[in-house]
Ligand binder design. Sequence first.
Ligand SMILES: [Zn+2]
Length: 459
Amino acid sequence: MENWEKLSRLPEKQVRQLQEQRVPSFLGKEVAARHPAYREAWAAGGAPRSLADLVKMPFTVKDDLLSPPGNPTGYLRYMLEAPAAAVAGGGMLGKLLGKKTTDSVLDKNQTSQFFFSAGRTGRLTPYVYAIHDIEQLRETGLRLLDVLGLTQDDTMVNAMPYLPNLCFWQVYYATVSLGATALQSGGGRILGLPKIMTALENMDATTLFTTPGYAEFLLYSAIHYKVRLPELRNIIVGYAPAPLPVIKRLEVLARMVGHPEATVKRVYYLNEAKAAWGECAPGSGYHFYPDHSFLETVTPVAPHLPGQSELVLTNLDVKGSCVVRFRTGDTIAGIAYDTCPVCKRGLPRLTGELERLQEIKKVIVNGEEKLLNLNSLYGLLAAEPDILLWQAVVSPEQGLALGVSLRNKDDAPKVLPQLQEMLTAQLGIVPQISDASYRELSERLGFEKHPVEKRIVYA
Ligand SMILES: [Zn+2]
């Protein structure tokens, strides 16, 4: 990877040059020779030699990465073979069996960790991080902490859900590489709220990494139990949707419980990118690393996501699993290459709100099929001060049922009809809304039962 200080200051032209060079050197050489799926796909037409060639290549979609039924190792088709295995024609398992070698080139290709992401149909897809990728995770972790404004003086609690997924491990490798004092808690499901809260208190923690839903649950609980965390000044959220109204709400809570100037920032964890990208300030855009990923957008994604484009990823420096023109299923407003107005870094940024195509669901209303954009619920409901918690249950026939817990239960006769009117106008369908107690709703959401709470349930 490039020198971080230098990379952060590169003007747009040089950022593009850097990426342009990676196309022949990585895609044209390594991927074309050692990636079974792309080697086959590019056999006739040749490998991309420039960015202009690359953006004409066919897309890779999530289902391509799935192992076909009856072939559990089919995902190896989307992994780079180790050089020796490719030369010896050792087949797809060669790279996994290459463990015994002492060759240092091969070492970096060896499988280190298996992560998983959910496919479009919910089937789990292995995504293999090689030793090289784990080394890069340390470097990208340091970059992430730098973008977030964190230093070795910060004491950090990693309450990202413990999973074979980038979210927990990026934070783990980041804190270990920095040498900061950190607790790797595994989140509420592993360590539990009382211990995480005690740790934040006893360690004088300055920084908490978690999901937006768990951050809110933890801060409400701290208020309820009258726990003060005066040193807590950085709350870093990601993995689940966190539009700006959610950040605003969390910031108010963080300042009640923690440091009076506490801030909340966002991170985008994309398993296939093998690196997480942070915002230097809410709304600045996610700063990604142009020496490691090439990102483009495809428009229009769908008429019900106006102004959004789907993010398409090409790995530029990985071993293990590797994708070219991968449709992430995540949408954003765009990609900015100008200098960041907040931190002045030259890194390109993903701008606007992240939304997921999988959160667009078909429902039948009065015999007519409609598309419901559930991404918007997060922001719309976070902006409602009367609502403490919510959960949506969606079914094609019943439409949208929303359970809410109100700040003041007596306000229900006034608040619920207003809420219904607002959501009907915004979503284009009439939701059924019921109120529930905070305790009941938090049980249903399962903050400590699941890696991420059940905010939207598909019945
Ligand atoms: Zn910035």
